[in-house]
Design a protein. Structure first.
Length: 317
């Protein structure tokens, strides 16, 4: 079951249409708006490549024998965290924090190390410090990390907290905001290999992210995220099955050759206009590619003719 998660992302993500060497992914949100992407399929890494990490650790160990660079030592600690050696990484990062208190990377890495070590209060302190030092880090998404830690604190007091709330408690405006969606996506992708299922924090994040994708870009992607929340992270089946059913109903209404969704927010002529715009973009890209092919072919042919003329001229001499 777990091995099927990545496959779900790739296969169920969207409807694919190909043209020559151009591959575009078309999706539709719950309002009937069409979206086009060249790089839409996004798989999450379920775990780290431990063999690769170990080789990097050995390389850094040798480098640190001759170089006393705190940044290299911080990178070494990050690799230790990925390798599951949390206590070793924590000891290094705590010392680095003493000597470099205003270094964003060290504060943020120390916060993550404390979280992985189960010290949520200290983790929250250093993640907030990291935001103060560099609010734009990770695409400005660290507010999600703060919300995760605050939810963990609530769960320590009340184990049923997430049965009444979500981790993020998003407003409708946030669910319709593409920036918020992208920031949540950054955090979910980064947390995925650190967070094997079942995991109620991750199941809540996947559901929130699914809601955002359903509203802003893709009911297909939303359905996949709800499925992952259910099958991998153990989300409440009743809640998730209802969301999945709604996505399936919407998907059944979608026909990319002729959109015919009944929606108060977007009439059929407007939707057909959007489809024409998307197809026009595809056509323009195809024309650009054809133009480049003709240009390269024509240039090559001209060079060949010139070479033949030079050869012929020399042959006469």
């Amino acid at each position: 079951m777990k091995k099927s998660i990545t496959i779900l992302f790739v296969l169920l993500l969207s409807i694919v249409e190909s043209n020559a060497c151009l591959n575009e992914y078309y999706s539709v949100d719950r309002h009937g708006h069409l979206h086009s992407h060249d790089d839409f399929a996004t798989a999450f890494n379920k775990n780290f490549n431990l063999k690769l990490i170990e080789s990097k650790l050995i390389k850094l160990e040798k480098q640190l024998e001759t170089e006393s660079d705190y940044k290299l030592l911080s990178n070494y600690a990050v690799l230790l965290l990925k390798a599951g050696k949390t206590s070793e990484a924590l000891a290094i990062l705590e010392q680095l924090s003493v000597h470099h208190p205003d270094e964003y990377q060290i504060a943020a890495n120390l916060g993550t190390a404390y979280e992985l070590n189960g010290e949520v209060g200290k983790a929250l302190e250093y993640i907030k410090k990291g935001i103060e030092l560099n609010p734009d880090s990770h695409g400005g998404s660290e507010w999600v990390h703060v919300k995760v830690l605050e939810a963990k604190q609530q769960l320590e007091k009340d184990s049923l907290y997430l049965s009444r709330n979500s981790v993020l408690n998003l407003t409708e405006d946030q669910k319709n905001d593409t920036l918020v969606r992208n920031q949540i996506l950054i955090q979910v992708r980064e947390r995925f290999p650190f967070s094997p299922g079942p995991n109620q924090i991750m199941s809540s994040l996947c559901i929130d992210l699914g809601d955002c994708f359903a509203n802003t870009e893709s009911i297909e992607f939303a359905k996949v995220l709800y499925t992952i929340a259910k099958l991998y992270y153990g989300a409440n089946e009743e809640l998730v099955d209802d969301k999945i059913s709604k996505m399936v109903e919407l998907l059944n209404l979608v026909n990319l050759e002729r959109i015919d969704l009944s929606s108060k927010e977007l009439s059929t002529p407007e939707m057909e206009s959007e489809l024409m715009d998307v197809n026009e973009q595809k056509s323009n890209k195809s024309k650009d590619a054809d133009y480049m092919i003709y240009l390269l072919f024509g240039g090559g042919l001209a060079l060949l003719i010139i070479a033949l003329l030079i050869f012929k001229k020399r042959a006469k001499k």
